[in-house]
Design a protein around this ligand. Structure first.
Ligand SMILES: N[C@@H](CCC(=O)N[C@@H](CS)C(=O)NCC(=O)O)C(=O)O
Length: 291
């Protein structure tokens, strides 16, 4: 089962945003993650916990690109994404079609698409997680104003920080995509970025970056008959782990079916599948679960 929850509070002051069309990630338009240039890995990040995390237990890894050590989800653990999407959004017509900011966001996206690392991947994460077997998926959409334009104090402050981040990092964010993919010269790009920065600081432009955070868990799958899986069942219950039980009827020889024996070459039950990691031998399964 998966769920999608939308943010309960209006992201920005209602009078300042004509249409909350962005509450639907699919409607958020082309969007993007900065995986090409931004990589952060934190292991055992206890100090990154806040109230929201406390329900999740320890944070084991934070990353946006494949530079991290091998991290497998502990049974019952959660995976969390928070990714930025491009281009920049605007709901009230204050981001002119011919503005440098609009062009910048679109060109960042098109460059990333051209090299097969689309910076709108976050809008597909929910579907991709579902396809990979994740469950209890909760996804929502957050809008980070490009500067302090919102009236709402929370989003005004968020806009201030976002502006500092974007304006300060603009050359670094843009350089590879514009010079190596769009084949602009560095001089051309820097001249263009002067106008992009101006737009980013212009509070008459009510633009924002769409951020799509999501959280999900991977359910365990236990194959076996009721009797043969009793030991494993007990451990799963003890540890309060969510799992799916797929009955294998030994009296019908289902454990010798070729599709089952691909997983368990000796044709025995039980078998545990944790996100593609297949384990058999009931004691080994119990030790794995309790680790
Ligand atoms: N040592 C294994 C024993 C597995 C085993 O022998 N399972 C039996 C059911 S309790 C089975 O699959 N029998 C069917 C068969 O051998 O065809 C474990 O603990 O998982």
């Amino acid at each position: 089962m998966s769920t999608t929850e939308q943010p309960t509070e209006t992201p920005v002051a209602a009078e300042e945003v004509a249409s909350p069309a962005t509450s639907d990630p699919a409607a958020a338009g082309p969007a993007a993650g900065l995986e090409a240039e931004v990589c952060v890995t934190v292991v055992d990040a206890d100090d990154h916990r806040d109230d929201a995390d406390s329900a999740l237990g320890d944070v084991l890894g934070v990353d946006l690109s494949p530079i991290q050590p091998d991290l497998n989800l502990t049974p019952g653990g959660y995976i969390e994404h928070s990714d930025v999407t491009f281009p920049c959004g605007c709901d009230d017509g204050t981001l002119p079609e011919d503005s440098a900011l609009k062009k910048w966001g679109e060109m960042v996206l098109s460059a990333s698409q051209k090299i097969g690392r689309p910076l709108d991947s976050a809008i597909r994460y929910k579907q991709e997680m579902e396809e990979a077997g994740f469950v209890d998926i909760v996804e929502y959409v957050d809008l980070w104003p490009i500067n302090k334009w919102p009236k709402d104090p929370k989003y005004k402050e968020l806009g201030l920080w976002n502006n500092e981040n974007l304006v300060g990092g603009l050359s670094g964010l843009s350089m590879a995509l514009f010079t190596r993919v769009h084949n602009w010269s560095t001089q051309e790009l820097e001249a263009f970025l002067v106008d992009v920065r101006k737009d980013m600081k212009n509070t008459k432009i009510h633009s924002y970056i769409t951020i799509i955070p999501s959280i999900a868990t991977m359910v365990l799958t236990l194959y076996g008959s009721a009797m043969s899986t009793a030991r494993v069942h007990v451990v799963l219950l003890e540890l309060a782990l969510e799992y799916k039980h797929i009955p294998i009827d030994i009296s019908k020889g289902e454990q010798k079916h070729p599709s089952y024996m691909k997983m368990q070459p000796f044709g025995k039950v039980p078998v545990l599948d944790d996100d593609g990691l297949v384990i058999y031998e009931s004691r080994a399964i119990c030790r794995y679960l309790a680790r």
